[in-house]
Design a protein. Sequence first.
Length: 278
Amino acid sequence: MPIVTGMPIIEARDVFFGYDDGPAILKGVSAAIGEGEFIGLIGQNGSGKTTLAKNFNGLLKPTSGVVRVNGRDTKTHSIPVIARTVGFVFQNPDHQIFCSTVREELAFGPVNMGKSPETTRELVQDAMERFKIEKYADFPPAILGFGLRRKVSLAAVYAMRPRVMILDEPVTGLDWKSAMELMEALANLNRFGHTIILITHDMRVIAEFTRRCIVLREGGIAADGPTREVLADFDMLEKNRLRPPEIVQLSDKLIGRGLKEHVFSAGEFLEKYRREAG
C-alpha cells in the first residue's frame, strides 16, 4: 500500500460488506486515502469497486471492520455529515438529477448545507463556470444531452465543495473530446487540492490521469501502488483479466528498440521516442 503521511482523509480497516444474508462482496479490505490523491479503482465487474466506493462515503456501512472519513466513523455519523467531506457522482446522471433547472440543481446541496443565499449564488456560479454550463443555467436538465447531464451532476456535487470526489464511470457514454474535457476539469480540481477517486474500465483514462491505482478482485485488493507500476505489471493485470492501454503495450514492445521504459500517453510516447531514439 502506498505510504500516506499524516491522518488519511479516508481510511478503511479490514472492511467486510454483504447485503442481508447474501455472500460477502468486500472481504477484508484495508486502504488509506491521502488528501490530494488522484486514484483509480479498477477491476472486473463484480470485483467490488462501487461497493467499496459507497463504503468510502457512508452510503453503505461495513458489515464488519471500520471506515473513517476525516476521522469520523461512518457507522456513527449520518450520510449528510459524511457527504460534506466525500461527494459521490453516480454512473447514471439521471439517478442524481431531479430539479427543474440546472441552477436549482446546483443550488440544492449548498442550500441543504445551510449556506446563505449569497454564498449559494457564488458556489453555483463558480460550479457553472468551472464546468462550462453557464448558458444552460435556466434549462431543465432533463432536456440536455447525456454529456451535459453528466457535467450537471458533477457540478452539483462540486458546488458543495467536498474535499473528496468519487466518480463512478465518469466517461462512459461520452465521445473522446467530451471525456477529455471532463477529465481535464477533474485534473484541475485535483491540482487545487481535491482528492479524486475514479471507478472506471477505461484504462487509457487511468493511465493518463491517475497517480495511484487500486485493483480489486473478488472483494479484495489484488494490487495497490503508483499507476505507472501497476499498469506495467502485465502478469498481474492478466491474472485479473485486465489489459493495459494500447500505448503501454506498444511501448513495452519498443523497450530496447528506441525506448528505455514504458510510456502512458501518446504525447509522452512521442517525446520520449524522439529523445531516446534520436
